[in-house]
Design a protein around this ligand. Structure first.
Ligand SMILES: Cc1ncc(COP(=O)(O)O)c(C=O)c1O
Length: 438
């Protein structure tokens, strides 16, 4: 066992990941070797217990501190109907960004009033579908959306309940945290530019809109809690000003998502309870006569740890004195994060324990791109064709960002619980890919 394996299993892999007597990794009671045999590789494995525990990390903290709240799972992190049913059964709603995501919520039987539709350029047909299906909130992201949503609601004889997305001048990413006056973002309505106030004024006048509240999302993979408190204060200051100037009645306050996760042992993310405490204590400190409902939108921090990517080793190329490339049967098309963001990951040999001194190697993908490298200079036991490699913290922004680059179908997804695995998304075949051509 390499020295960090214990810590990886304890802190990065799904809860209670172990090895069986033959040395295979066991996730949710299911052996990775048996899962690979039954479902093939690459395979994405989601552990139901870890997913539920992460949902509860938010819901329990809120139940204690601020019960008038709804946790919206950010479907962009990854969504399929089974996974969403689990989240829904934990009381969550969903942050959707397309008609496709709304339809997954519908397929999962999630009450659609618990869905919020976001997007900086929602198509009119997507807004119309949201109105038709009774999606709970539509988030106005740009001034011109006010008239578009108002008109679509008028045609349906409905009132659209909307939130306005602010660009609050807080930008957070990991430990970088910037507060600026000028905001350069494609999302939202700027406070300093006056767009946010103009949006309030116009939306309040729009006869078919009910402005329920304000939203702000300041970034992702955030490791500090202070930016959340700042965002809440900035948003509540603005709401107070808008109440006086335009009669805004703030019924919903949505400080977005963004909680960081541990991809490797070097990451030290906050506990969801700390994020919740930063938000709720800031709201409560204002002693508002009518505190708004809180909508919190974590994606990654709910689902990242629950997911593991399982690959099979193919070719092994030693370049003496340079590097050893071990190529697996997945790569940048199912996990674009290393190529896009230089993201770091960990990995373990998953079908057996190692039988030699660990080696430094580079785990490459199968795609026709030199940059298709999943892990550079990682330390693993000597690997051979057919070995299985498990990459943890793979639950968020892998399968949801996956492509069919090189005309390779996307992997299958299973959910494991109590030793049972159910297929939640089937592997795409060559026939699936060819089916798009007329
Ligand atoms: C509006 C909004 N809410 C929530 C999220 C989820 O962020 P995360 O997965 O980092 O929690 C995002 C991510 O981009 C977002 O844009």
């Amino acid at each position: 066992m390499i020295s960090s394996e214990h810590d990886l299993l304890d802190q990065v892999f799904p809860l209670d990941t172990t090895r069986d007597d033959a040395g295979a990794l066991v996730i949710g009671g299911a052996s990775c070797e048996e899962l690979a045999r039954e479902f093939g590789t690459p395979l994405y494995i989601y552990d139901e217990a870890t997913l539920r525990a992460a949902c509860r990390g938010y819901t329990r903290a809120l139940a204690d501190a601020y019960p008038n709240a709804l946790v919206l799972y950010a479907g962009k992190a990854y969504v399929d109907p089974t996974l969403l049913q689990v989240a829904a059964s934990e009381g969550l709603g969903m942050d959707a960004v397309s008609s496709g995501e709304v339809r997954v919520a519908q397929a999962a039987g999630l009450p659609l009033e618990r869905v919020v539709l976001h997007g900086n350029n929602k198509l009119p047909r997507e807004i119309d579908l949201a109105l038709e299906l009774g999606v709970g909130r539509i988030v106005v992201d740009a001034l011109e959306e006010i008239e578009i949503i108002d008109e679509l609601a008028r045609r349906r004889g409905q009132t659209a309940q909307v939130l306005l997305r602010l660009t609050p001048g807080v930008e957070a990413h990991t430990h970088d945290y910037i507060r600026t006056g000028a905001v350069d973002s494609k999302f939202g309505l700027g406070l300093d530019s006056g767009a946010a106030e103009e949006a309030v004024a116009r939306a309040m006048r729009a006869p078919n809109l009910d402005v329920m509240g304000l939203h702000a999302h300041i970034g992702s993979q955030i490791f500090d809690t202070e930016p959340y408190a700042d965002t809440v204060n900035i948003t509540l200051d603005f709401a107070e000003h808008m109440r006086a100037a335009h009669g805004l009645d703030l019924r919903d306050l949505s400080p977005g998502g963004g909680g960081g996760v541990r991809y490797t042992l070097d990451d030290d993310p906050p506990d969801p309870a700390d994020i919740v405490a930063a938000i709720t204590s800031t709201v409560l400190a204002r002693k508002l006569p009518h505190p708004p409902r809180l909508l919190i939108e974590p994606g990654r921090s709910i689902v990242a740890r629950a997911g593991v990517a399982l690959y099979a080793v193919g070719t092994v190329k030693h370049i003496p004195g340079v590097r050893t490339y071990v190529s697996v049967d997945g790569g940048m098309a199912d996990n674009p994060r290393p190529a896009l963001y230089q993201s770091k990951y960990a990995a373990l040999l998953a079908n057996r324990t190692g039988d030699g001194p660990p080696e430094t190697l580079t785990l490459a993908g199968r795609y026709c791109e030199s940059g298709d490298v999943l892990l550079r200079d990682t330390v693993l036991p000597p690997l051979r064709r057919g070995d299985l490699i498990a990459v943890p913290a793979a639950g968020a922004y892998h399968m949801s960002m996956a492509s069919t680059y090189n005309m390779v179908g996307r992997p299958a997804v299973v959910m494991v619980s109590d030793g049972q695995a159910r297929l939640t998304r089937r592997r795409e075949s060559d026939e699936d890919l060819l089916a798009v051509f007329p």
